[in-house]
Design a binder for this molecule. Sequence first.
Ligand SMILES: C[S@@+](CC[C@H](N)C(=O)[O-])C[C@H]1O[C@@H](n2cnc3c(N)ncnc32)[C@H](O)[C@@H]1O
Length: 194
Amino acid sequence: MSDLPPLVQRALDAASEVGMPLRREGTGPSCCLPDVGRFLAVLAAGCIGGSIGEAGTGVGFGAAWMASAMPVDCRLVTVELDETRVAAARRVFAYEPRVEVVHGDSFDELERRAPFDLLFADGGRQPGGIVELLRIGGRLVNDDVTPVDVLPADSPYREHDPKREFFFGDPRLVAAEVVLPDLRNSLLVGTRVG
Ligand SMILES: C[S@@+](CC[C@H](N)C(=O)[O-])C[C@H]1O[C@@H](n2cnc3c(N)ncnc32)[C@H](O)[C@@H]1O
């Protein structure tokens, strides 16, 4: 149960090489949580003949979960601004021709390659600008959400959370918040229906 797919292990090694934290530390970027990766893998596994996009590669941890699970005829493109992380992610996927790691701005690069069946919005523009890049029936995922029950009493996110407001307010999405097993983190997922 704890065995990691080889690509995910390569991404973990890359994270340690370039000093990318595995968990949120302060305000800097970190890899997605393993439970987010597993959730992405579940969705990726259903993308038969499909196309997966990721905004914000980091060193490819989330992408490695998706690429490990996606069907053989599926492709994945992931976009990252930071050159060091791009180079590390390209090493992770050096033997995986179905994965393209692009250096550039996520929205511009993904827009050229749309539409997608699955999009992990994890760097750059907020999800609102990215939903047009989904095929009808495609899924949008965003993480780094804290369940309301564990937010501090004075947290402004209790009153106003742009991510939740977008996912639950956009009529093109059927959305849910999924609380992860640690009960301290959640993700948002939406299926494009219009
Ligand atoms: C949270 S990390 C990504 C983690 C990664 N998705 C994973 O699953 O491990 C966010 C990344 O987005 C990148 N980023 C920020 N703005 C970006 C943009 N406009 N275009 C592409 N990448 C961007 C950052 O450099 C950072 O590496």
